[in-house]
Design a protein around this ligand. Structure first.
Ligand SMILES: Nc1ncnc2c1ncn2[C@@H]1O[C@H](COP(=O)(O)OP(=O)(O)O)[C@@H](O)[C@H]1O
Ligand SMILES: [Mg+2]
Length: 370
C-alpha cells in the first residue's frame, strides 16, 4: 500500500489550482494583500511540472518586481512534482482620472515637477525621470510648461516643429520613447516670451487638449519655478495626480519648497515626494564627497511635512553634459550611478502613485458601499 501511495503521488502532476493556492501566500508588500486576491495573477498554465504565469503590475516601473518574482517561484516550487517556473510581467497602470473630475482623454496620471526656485535641476530631473520611465515600457509624455525658459527642446535634442493632425492637433515629437511638447518647438529659440496670466492659462490648456498625446500612463509636466500662474492654471485644468518637488539641500531652496508645499496644499494637490538634486559632489581624483550645498535639508523637510525623499542626485558634470547635448544621462550613460539613481526615483514615484490610486479607489468603493 505504501509503495502504491508513493508512486501515485509521483505520477500526479501539479495543477493550476495548486499554483493559485501557492500564489495566495505571496503578499503584495505595499497593498498588504495576496496577489491572487488583488487579481494580479493572469494566464496561469501548468503542464508536465512546468508552471508559467503573468503578474500584472500597477506600474511597469515597480521596484518590487524581483521580490514578488522570487517569492512566487519559491512558493510554487514547494508543490510536489513542480520542476520549473516562468514568471512574466505585464502592467496596467492605475488612474484616478475621472473619479474626482472629468478625465483628460487617454492620460492616466499627470505629475507636476516643480521647484521653489530656478536652477535647481527641475528640467534635468523631469527629462531623466520621463526617459527612465519610458525605458521600463511605460507610455510617457513630457510637457514643458516652463514657457519663460523652455529647456525641454535642448535637453531632449528636439528642434523640429511638430506636425499637425487632420483635426488640427499637434503631434508631439517622440524621442527616447517619450512624447513631448514645448513652446520652444513653436517659437524661435531666442524670441522673448512674455506671458500674462490669462494667455498662459490658454497655452497650458492647448498643450493639454490640442496635442494628440494618445494613450499615456504618465504625463510629466516641467513647471516654471515658484508658485505662480502656471501652477494654478495646471491644477485648475487637469486633475493632477500629484507634484514632485525638486530642491537643492541648501537653506534658501528649502524655504522656497515650503512655500510650494503650502501652495499645492491649498489647491488640494498631493505632494508625492522630494528630489534632492546637486546633493554633494564626488571628487573625480580622490573620491571625496563634498557637501557643497549642505546636507540633510530634504530629510528635515520630509519629516516636517511627512513627504518622502525619493532620492538624491549628486552634482556630476555628466548630468549637465547630457542635458546640453540632448541625450539625458539615463540614455547617454545608463550604467552610471546617477542613471541608477534616476531609475530608482522613477520607480519610487510610480510606487507611491500606485499606492495612492489603490488606496483612494478602495476608500471610494467603501464610500459607495456605505
Ligand atoms: N545633478 C546635476 N549635476 C550637474 N549639473 C546639473 C545637475 N542637475 C542640473 N544640472 C545643471 O544645472 C543647470 C540647471 O538645471 P535645470 O535642470 O535647467 O534647472 P531648472 O529647470 O530647475 O531651472 C543646468 O545646466 C543643468 O545641466
Ligand atoms: Mg527648467
Amino acid at each position: 500500500m505504501k509503495f502504491f501511495g508513493k508512486s501515485q503521488e509521483a505520477t500526479t502532476e501539479p495543477t493550476k489550482e495548486q499554483v493559485l493556492d501557492a500564489l495566495r501566500t505571496v503578499i503584495e508588500p505595499d497593498l498588504h494583500r495576496d496577489i491572487v486576491t488583488l487579481q494580479m495573477v493572469k494566464n496561469v498554465a501548468v503542464c508536465g511540472g512546468v508552471a508559467r504565469f503573468t503578474i500584472e503590475l500597477t506600474t511597469p516601473a515597480c521596484p518590487l518586481k524581483k521580490q514578488m518574482e522570487d517569492e512566487s517561484r519559491t512558493a510554487i516550487l514547494k508543490i510536489p512534482g513542480m520542476k520549473e517556473v516562468t514568471v512574466e510581467f505585464s502592467a496596467n497602470v492605475t488612474s484616478r482620472m475621472g473619479v474626482d473630475r472629468p478625465a483628460l482623454a487617454g492620460i492616466k496620471n499627470v505629475i507636476a515637477i516643480t521647484s521653489g526656485k530656478g536652477g535647481v535641476g527641475k528640467s534635468t530631473c523631469t527629462v531623466n525621470l520621463a526617459t527612465a520611465l519610458a525605458q521600463t515600457g511605460a507610455r510617457v509624455g513630457l510637457l514643458d510648461c516652463d514657457v519663460y525658459g523652455p529647456d525641454i527642446p535642448t535637453m531632449m535634442g528636439i528642434h523640429e516643429k511638430p506636425e499637425g493632425t487632420a483635426d488640427r492637433k499637434f503631434i508631439p515629437p517622440e524621442r527616447y520613447h517619450v512624447k513631448s511638447m514645448s513652446i520652444g518647438y513653436l517659437v524661435e529659440e531666442d524670441a522673448p516670451v512674455v506671458w500674462r496670466g490669462p494667455m498662459l492659462h490658454k497655452v497650458i490648456e492647448q498643450f493639454l487638449k490640442d496635442v494628440a498625446w494618445g494613450e499615456l500612463d504618465y504625463l510629466l509636466v516641467d513647471m516654471p519655478p515658484g508658485t505662480g500662474d502656471a501652477q494654478l492654471s495646471l491644477s485648475q485644468l487637469v486633475p493632477l495626480t500629484g507634484a514632485v518637488i525638486v530642491t537643492t539641500p541648501q537653506d534658501v531652496a528649502l524655504v522656497d519648497v515650503k512655500k510650494a508645499i503650502g501652495m499645492f496644499g491649498q489647491v488640494k494637490v498631493p505632494v508625492l515626494g522630494i528630489v534632492e538634486n546637486m546633493a554633494g559632489f564626488t571628487c573625480s581624483h580622490c573620491g571625496h564627497l563634498e557637501q557643497i550645498f549642505g546636507e540633510g535639508g530634504g530629510d528635515k523637510l520630509a519629516a516636517k511635512f511627512n513627504i518622502p525623499v525619493l532620492g538624491r542626485v549628486p552634482l556630476d558634470p555628466k548630468v549637465r553634459v547630457g542635458g546640453d547635448s540632448g541625450a539625458p544621462i539615463v540614455v547617454s550613460d545608463p550604467s552610471s550611478p546617477q542613471s541608477a539613481t534616476f531609475r530608482d526615483i522613477a520607480g519610487k514615484l510610480c510606487q507611491i502613485i500606485s499606492i495612492k490610486n489603490a488606496t483612494l479607489a478602495a476608500s471610494d468603493s467603501l464610500a459607495v458601499l456605505e
